[in-house]
Design a protein around this ligand. Structure first.
Ligand SMILES: [Zn+2]
Length: 287
């Protein structure tokens, strides 16, 4: 992480930005894979110039190449996940990566005023506690009365209800009505709803920023898998790993979202993995 190229070779196209971020996530994962079974520490060297904070006594100009809407969850630090230095990413983090007026205003500042942002990205994560609260309100409607009376909690849960409903319907259509009774259903619903939510927020950003702007700006989404540390989404393909690394363009209409929901719900990580041993589930202490 924090390679010596980060300061001098900033990505200047959306495709280059995606490539730099995924290269960084790959490096992050491979370095963590060096963790030793005996718990002995593994050290890495970082040149001070590569921290991105500039020279002593001189304020560097702000030059992020990507802007993020991510979750406030303490386990999802965006720069670390993508192996990027300070001043490379402009990051808005809020529980459930919910796009509100202040978050949109912040991203608007980054895109319109800084002039260096080539990519807007919504980053969800597996086992999101905010999405989990919405899932619980969906699964036990009586509990939603408590949410409705708590305005701060309602502000987070309410925007998540639509993707939760969409995910639940897709899971039942893709895998059968009995999926709701299988162990692991709640965790699958949380992760599918979290993925759809990230895609929906990216679609909202696309509309807010007047869609794609060729080589100057693109909007994508991805999900950080807390267990594998890989950014991507459930792999809808029949072959290969359960998790597909990448950052993805969101659908741009209702039919596209319905198709995405069904694809993901039918994946091995999604609905087909519910009730089966080995599925990567949610951890506790989530936000
Ligand atoms: Zn979260």
């Amino acid at each position: 992480m924090l390679d010596s190229t980060t300061l001098t070779q900033r990505p200047d196209t959306p495709a280059a930005a995606v490539a730099a971020l995924m290269d960084g996530n790959r490096a992050f994962r491979s370095r963590l894979a060096e963790q030793r079974a005996d718990g002995a520490p593994v050290f890495m060297q970082i040149a001070l110039e590569d921290l991105g904070v500039g020279q002593p006594g001189v304020a560097p100009p702000q030059q992020p190449f990507a802007a993020f809407l991510g979750c406030a969850d303490a386990r999802a630090p965006v720069e670390l996940i993508f192996g990027q230095a300070a001043n490379s990413l402009f990051v808005v983090r809020v529980a459930g990566n919910i796009l509100g007026a202040t978050g949109l205003g912040s991203l608007n500042f980054a895109v319109e005023r800084l002039g260096t942002v080539r990519l807007l990205c919504v980053l969800g994560h597996t086992g999101c506690g905010a999405v989990g609260a919405a899932v619980d309100a969906y699964l036990a409607p009586a509990a939603y009365l408590g949410v409705a009376a708590n305005l701060p909690l309602q502000a987070i849960v309410s925007p998540l209800m639509a993707p939760v409903h969409g995910a639940a319907e897709a899971l039942q259509r893709a895998t059968g009505d009995d999926v709701v009774a299988r162990p692991g259903y709640r965790a699958a619903l949380v992760d599918l709803a979290g993925t759809l939510h990230a895609a929906l927020q990216a679609s909202a950003l696309q509309r807010a920023f007047n869609s794609q702007r060729g080589d100057s700006l693109s909007v994508v989404y991805g999900v950080y898998n807390l267990a594998s540390r890989c950014v991507g989404q459930p792999n809808a393909a029949a072959a290969g790993d359960d998790w597909q690394p990448g950052l993805f363009a969101p659908p741009d209409d209702a039919a596209g979202f319905e198709a995405l929901a069904l694809e993901l719900a039918g994946s091995r990580y999604g609905g087909r993995g519910v009730g089966q041993a080995g599925r990567v589930g949610a951890a506790s202490g989530e936000v």
